[in-house]
Design a protein around this ligand. Sequence first.
Ligand SMILES: Cc1cc2nc3c(=O)[nH]c(=O)nc-3n(C[C@H](O)[C@H](O)[C@H](O)COP(=O)(O)OP(=O)(O)OC[C@H]3O[C@@H](n4cnc5c(N)ncnc54)[C@H](O)[C@@H]3O)c2cc1C
Length: 501
Amino acid sequence: MTPRRIVIVGGGTAGWLAAMLLSDVAGRKGWRSAVTVIESSKIGTIGVGEGSTAVFRQMLHHLRLNEEEFLAATGATIKYGIRHRDWRRPGHCYDGPIDDPALVSGGLPLDTYAVAAGRSVGEAHLFQALLNKSRAPVARSGDRIIPAGPFHHAFHFDQALVGAWLRRKAGGIELIDDQVAGVETGEGGIAGLRLESGARVTGDLFIDATGFRRALITALGGEWLSYSGMLPVNRAMPFWVDLKDGEEIAPCTTAWAQKNGWIWQIPTQDRYGMGYVYSDAHVSRDQAKAEVEAALGHEIHPRNDIAINAGRQKTPWIGNCIALGLSSSFLEPLEATSIHGTIVQLLMLAEWIDAPGGRERYNAAVARQVDDFRDFIRFHYVTERRDSDFWRDVASSHPAFIRDRLALWRTRLPLPQDFEPFPLGLPHLQGQLYIPVLDGLGHLSPSAARAAMAANPALRAKTRATHAALVAEYARAADRCLPHRAWLQSLRARHGEASSG
Ligand SMILES: Cc1cc2nc3c(=O)[nH]c(=O)nc-3n(C[C@H](O)[C@H](O)[C@H](O)COP(=O)(O)OP(=O)(O)OC[C@H]3O[C@@H](n4cnc5c(N)ncnc54)[C@H](O)[C@@H]3O)c2cc1C
């Protein structure tokens, strides 16, 4: 299919990412397609969703968008990973840095060495060192600003500001502020859209980015596959907390386990976006609010209390319509998989949109992507906590495949062959993301790691030397890097303040 007219319904992050990436693809493929975004100012966007993965930065580079300008204009901050507080047990903390030391380690088993030596696997990560010292990913060298290392970091941001910025950057896209009131279906999928104003819009390709409303895909008979039996939380209560003057901004998301779920804390340059993701089978809304206030030591003002129906479309691409963003899938934001998933889906779509069998490949790949994310999130819940009915219920309901995998990984650390490559070589879950979580939760066995290291003394010696060199080098690099908040402020001074206009 060569779509001459691409119609995107929804002006949230998913809709504008689709507009940017599909315009880029159309340009590269010489399609001369017209791209239209229909959004309704009466409905608005979800208003949460503020942690990305490294894929977002890769996308900025791909679209030749300036990262410094992005940071200044959207008030975004740097994210090196996720700090998990109180998950294994109250008082325990572990980090999940997102850089991959395998890029620089020449295939040496740094993680096995660390587990055998009783050290945290994070130590050999540059991002752990930068996170520990709250540093920017750049250092000053004479007159120049140089990157701290070769890895892609992620961001925290306010999705409304990012949506507005993407909209400003998107050239040549027609924007209609109206509401889709009816979907006319035909043999190939959607024949046309009826808007509230009475206008009718036709197209060759339709993107359903209408968020939880799923306005287009539902009209085509799209079915929602619920994960409610697999994931224990089902509500999210977002709220904001001010950043204090002069307070350093930690370059990580904090996921803080509570008695009935967990709190996310995501810093932007002006405030913390926070929220309690909880189970309403275990706690009421008022109790959840009181629980958060007791944990934080101050009153909160919830902005919403959202029902989370975790799951995905069984078939996200039906006929000429593709569901994207929240209309395609939703998971609790424990590993910031949503916007990441949207970008990867758009990259697959770009590749397969005009390829034979592309639709089937796309549907299978998205199903696998979201199911794998779900499983990864479930692993986070295999903890020692039994201090509430919530945690006792979670502990008694781990699916068999989770228990089997953990039993295997107690005999040896995860290996690359445990993770099937993702189609088109696109980024997906790998050992590099699993290992810090398994290590932090105490699922990796030091004795198995010691036995693996003892079997090859020469390899152990080389790994030990490389590990020591990396730890020392990263500590020095972090010392040289600029303080996170001061660097962000300098970007604002150079490029201008954040604004939602
Ligand atoms: C509690 C919570 C926390 C989250 N945290 C993260 C996170 O940390 N990291 C992450 O990656 N993701 C996170 N997400 C997900 C993230 O917010 C979304 O993936 C992202 O914002 C994209 O949303 P969207 O564009 O699909 O939908 P929305 O933002 O809801 O946008 C929907 C758009 O559709 C339009 N619309 C709806 N119906 C119609 C209609 N009939 N006609 C015309 N227009 C219509 C609206 O006007 C709006 O523009 C979180 C989500 C929730 C709920």
